[in-house]
Design a protein around this ligand. Structure first.
Ligand code: ZN
Ligand code: MN
Length: 139
């Protein structure tokens, strides 16, 4: 069986062609697309795809931990099929959102925990700057 079909089933959801198309799309992109972007990329190739279907599917995926929702500060929710804890870095010039896997050795959670006496279990770190490709364009 297709790996993405299994993952949707394991999450306890019924597999529909629309759900599979959305999950396939998210697994194969690293651009952290919005619901709108997902819809625009799939409407022609996936019969029965509507913007409402995209929203409903993303809600169901989110609830069942198949995707995470991410707000990069640009006014809309973005979606990510990488559900393991990771951070993001946003280019304020081109708007691209990149994955950022911080090395364990940075112990950010431990340091913040020591500073605040919180018992931490999650974090959402987003860094902002100008990406290498935009820096090259400026020169
Ligand atoms: Zn850029
Ligand atoms: Mn990500």
């Amino acid at each position: 069986m297709n790996a993405n079909v299994s993952k949707i089933k394991q999450a306890g959801l019924k597999v529909t062609p629309q759900r599979l198309a959305i999950y396939d799309y998210l697994v194969n992109t690293d651009c952290h697309p919005s619901a709108d972007t997902i819809y625009k990329n799939l409407e022609e190739t996936t019969p029965g795809m509507s913007l409402a279907t995209v929203y409903k599917t993303l809600e169901a995926f989110k609830k069942n931990n198949l995707v995470i929702e991410l707000n990069a500060g640009d006014g809309f929710a973005r979606y990510d099929a990488i559900t393991e804890n990771h951070s993001h870095i946003v280019c304020t010039n081109c708007g691209r959102v990149y994955d950022l896997f911080l090395p364990e050795t940075m112990n950010i959670r431990e340091q913040i925990s020591n500073l605040t006496n919180f018992k931490l279990n999650d974090e959402r770190l987003i860094f902002y700057g100008v990406c290498p490709s935009c820096q090259a364009d400026e020169e």
